[in-house]
Design a protein around this ligand. Structure first.
Ligand SMILES: *[C@@H]1O[C@H](CO)[C@@H](O)[C@H](O)[C@H]1NC(C)=O
Ligand SMILES: *[C@@H]1O[C@H](CO)[C@@H](O)[C@H](O)[C@H]1NC(C)=O
Length: 410
């Protein structure tokens, strides 16, 4: 049986063409699936608004009916009655209507173009390009999986490039925390890095099931598409794996406030040797319902994380941390110049280094108190450092941060 070479050639080219076609079809099908899942994701995140406000910084703020916010997609929240006020407030004053107070100093940029109606909550709209910047639809709005250093193994240096300069307390039961945080605009070298300054309320261990509630400010080009300093929250109940997200980018946090949008830009920002600005964040557990509430400034009770989102935190927190975190992505084996805080070391002090002041915890009697014993931690103090103090005015306070790459940190 003679098979001519020409037949072989033809067979090969037919096979090749079929292969090429099928791979192109696969690419197109993948693109179509991706487009479909991006559209679906956008539909899940962006609820039909009652009103939309364009912010000067480019954000679109959707005023969404309080009962239509993403939280209510959560199966556990199907029959949930929204709590309009916490039962208990650790500042000692009972709030009659937390969502309506008089003095409103910390305004957000979008307020210059309007306000959200009553019964609605402002939600920063997620744009198509926001999702395209994430490595996948599933990862959008989530922190990269990280294993955190603990005081029991403070020698775990530079896990996955996450670096911290923090103050912390542990060894007791904590029912909340408060601090006033200096606001800066740290420089980010690579768009996939971030720099944040926040409070962590932690339960469980740093293994697979860490519970964490976080709030503060951050600069995160990949998440927001710019270098603005933004108010943010985060939560997870499984060590940053399947559950949780930033802001309202998944169902969980129930927002009740119609003035403050999570993820919106904060202004003004402090200047080196210039005017200093700060924000206060209070997170506490309502002893009656068990939900974890968050307050911004003295006037804005933003909402709460329902207790059933968590395992360990349904009882109390076992650790509280305050301070900065950055990602260093090590370009060409070199530490990046991504800044933490003001980008200056604690030794420079007020007006130059970033601070946390009036650092407090909520104790088992639901009272705000300065922590009894505070410790500090940093992986590489020559890149980012932290120094704590106390005085009558500022209670427990600390300076933290640094420039990243410098002659002592390569
Ligand atoms: C919600 O309420 C309905 C009717 O009372 C009930 O059948 C359902 O099981 C409830 N769902 C949840 C998640 O509690
Ligand atoms: C953010 O800042 C970096 C420099 O730190 C700059 O290269 C980048 O273009 C900025 N991104 C935006 C969206 O402004």
């Amino acid at each position: 049986m003679g098979v001519t070479p020409i037949f072989f050639l033809r067979l090969v080219s037919v096979l090749g063409l079929a292969l090429m076609l099928s791979s192109r079809l696969t690419v197109e099908a993948t693109a179509r699936t991706h487009r479909f899942s991006v559209n679906n994701h956008l539909k899940r995140l962006n609820k039909p608004p009652m009103k939309t406000i364009q912010s000067p910084d480019g954000d679109l703020i959707d005023c969404v009916h309080v009962l239509h916010q993403p939280a209510f997609d959560h199966p556990f929240l199907k029959n949930h009655t929204v709590q309009t006020i916490p039962e208990y407030h650790p500042d000692g004053r009972r709030l009659f209507d937390a969502s309506k107070t008089k003095s409103k100093p910390n305004s957000q940029m979008w307020h210059s173009n309007g306000r959200c109606p009553e019964n609605s909550v402002p939600i920063r709209r997620t744009k198509r390009e926001d999702i395209f910047r994430a490595t996948s639809v599933k990862k959008f709005g989530k922190k990269k999986h990280i294993r955190r250093p603990t005081s029991t193994s403070p020698d775990m240096i530079n896990e996955n490039g996450h670096q911290h300069a923090i103050a912390y307390v542990e060894g007791d039961k904590y029912y909340g925390a408060k601090a006033t945080i200096n606001v800066w605009k740290p420089k980010i070298q690579q768009s996939n890095e971030f720099s944040l300054s926040q409070i962590w309320i932690l339960g469980g261990s740093f293994g697979q099931d860490l519970n964490s509630i976080e709030g503060g400010w951050q600069v995160s080009p990949d998440l927001y598409g710019d270098n603005n300093t933004r108010l943010f929250t985060y939560w997870t109940s499984d060590a940053y794996q399947a559950t949780g997200c930033y802001n309202l980018l998944c169902s969980g946090f129930v927002q009740i406030n119609s003035d403050i949008a999570m993820g919106a830009s904060i202004s003004p920002i402090s200047g080196y040797r210039g005017s200093q600005y700060d924000i206060s964040i209070l997170i506490w557990k309502d002893p009656k319902e068990g939900h974890w509430w968050m307050q911004y400034g003295n006037d804005y009770v933003l909402g709460y994380w329902p207790s059933f989102l968590f395992s360990y935190l349904t009882d109390s927190a076992s650790m509280v941390e305050w301070g900065g975190e950055v990602v260093n992505s090590e370009v060409d084996g070199q530490h990046t110049t991504t800044q933490m805080g003001s980008g200056h070391f604690p030794s420079e002090g007020f007006g130059k280094a970033s601070y946390f002041r009036n650092v407090q915890i909520v104790d088992r009697f639901n009272n705000l108190k300065p922590p009894k014993r505070i410790s500090t931690f940093t992986e590489q103090s020559r890149c980012y450092d932290v120094k704590h103090y106390s005085n009558a005015d500022w209670g427990t306070y600390f300076y933290y941060g640094g420039p990243g790459k410098n002659p002592n940190c390569q």
